[in-house]
Ligand binder design. Structure first.
Ligand SMILES: *Cc1c(COP(=O)(O)O)cnc(C)c1O
Length: 384
């Protein structure tokens, strides 16, 4: 008996201390810092996922999401999981074995779309462009004419390169060729202009932890009637139970049938984040992101640092800054973290070691953050 008690005491002595986390300024490619109101929402009382108070706030979130995306799509929901879960939901539902899926690959997330589409049995065709460049409408038209895809997948804001894909005319082309238009808006929603309906986008997804400044773990997804009709024509079951929209639609529709337990508190946080977007107004918010990015770009130029992407296609929410000769990209990142508690990121894939990725997303897109980063970067380059 005595011996046993000792054993229990021993495990107690090994407990870690109460949780505390450092305060970081997250100026990388995401996550971004959470707005204080979003953090407060996250800590509110939990209720059941069929509680009338919960159903009311998710309906409000859906409406706020339609505003943020500029769409009237009925099927507009938050998916449980990060942006990649919503990305996978699009492909799992819309791709059937053998469908030709054409994907614009000019960065890391285009590659991820190819990988996911192939796993769901798509006949993947790639439209390639160097990282940091974007596709012209002529290149898109040629690709669609050659491949006659069932789905065209594009990344609006390539977080790996900092390039912004122009949208003009692409959706119309897809309608002409009877193809669904799938758009990744993870790093654009809530930061730079997005007009889903005007652009004839049929299905789109996003993430919570980029320009919406909400923690990661919940991801917006929207589909119009064209996309839902393709899903309705499926001959086979969606090969992913968790992300099967026909099952999920029964929860989101009037039936409110249990499918899986929604992440309750993440839904509070997302609603608050979307409310902040609506209170500020999309126009104001886009303008703020553009203005702070401009200050960053000018400041970088003064430090002798170039941007990878042409000014015309440069993303306000994420800048890829070219690492100057003889500067070690990693050491600078570590210096910023150790001395300023600022996080920026290095390059992904073929841009590893060549660029820094600097995010000015949502709540973090503020002048004082830009000025602090610029002076910290100046010091980091001098000292490393
Ligand atoms: C971050 C990101 C994703 C993936 O989102 P996760 O939340 O990391 O799963 C997809 N596409 C783009 C463009 C992104 O920036």
């Amino acid at each position: 008996m005595e011996q046993r008690r000792n054993k229990v005491d021993e495990t107690h002595r090994g407990l870690p201390s109460q949780l505390t986390m450092p305060c970081r300024l997250l100026l990388g490619p995401g996550p971004s810092n959470v707005h204080p109101r979003v953090r407060a929402a996250l800590g509110m009382n939990e209720v059941g996922h069929l509680d009338p108070s919960f159903l009311k706030i998710v309906a409000e979130s859906q409406e706020l999401l339609r505003y943020a995306w500029q769409t009237d799509n009925r099927f507009t929901i938050p998916v449980s999981g990060s942006g990649s879960a919503a990305m996978e939901a699009c492909l799992a539902n819309c791709v059937e074995q053998g469908d030709v899926v054409l994907i614009g690959v000019n960065g890391y997330f285009g590659e991820r779309l190819c990988d996911m589409a192939a796993r769901y049995g798509a006949d993947v065709r790639r439209l390639e462009k160097s990282w940091g460049e974007v596709f012209s409408l002529e290149e898109m038209a040629a690709g669609i004419q050659t491949h006659r895809p069932a789905i065209l997948g594009l990344v609006h804001a390539e977080t790996s390169t900092g390039a912004l894909q122009p949208m003009e005319g692409i959706g119309k082309l897809c309608r002409e060729f009877d193809c669904l238009f799938l758009l990744d808006t993870v790093t654009s929603l809530g930061g730079i202009p997005v007009f889903l309906d005007r652009w004839h986008v049929d299905l789109a997804y996003s993430g919570s932890q980029k320009c919406l400044s909400c923690p990661p773990g919940i991801a917006p997804l929207t589909m119009n009637e064209r996309a839902l009709a393709k899903i309705g024509r499926r001959k086979t079951k969606v090969p992913n139970w968790y992300l099967d929209m026909s099952l999920l639609d029964k929860y989101w529709g009037n039936e409110r049938t249990y499918h899986h337990t929604a992440p309750i508190n993440m839904n509070y946080a997302l609603r608050e984040a979307l409310l902040l977007v609506a209170e500020e107004g999309l126009g104001e918010r886009w303008e703020r992101h553009q203005e702070n990015a401009r200050i960053l770009w000018e400041g970088l130029a003064e430090l002798g640092i170039e941007c990878l992407v042409d000014r015309d296609y440069r993303l306000a929410s994420l800048t890829t800054a070219v690492v100057p000769d003889k500067v070690d990209a990693k050491s600078v990142c570590s210096y910023l973290m150790e001395n300023y508690s600022i996080e920026i990121a290095g390059g992904l894939g073929q841009l590893a070691g060549k660029v820094w990725r600097i995010g000015l997303m949502g709540f973090n897109s503020r002048r004082e953050n830009v000025l602090l980063l610029l002076s910290a970067l100046d010091k980091a380059i001098a000292d490393t």
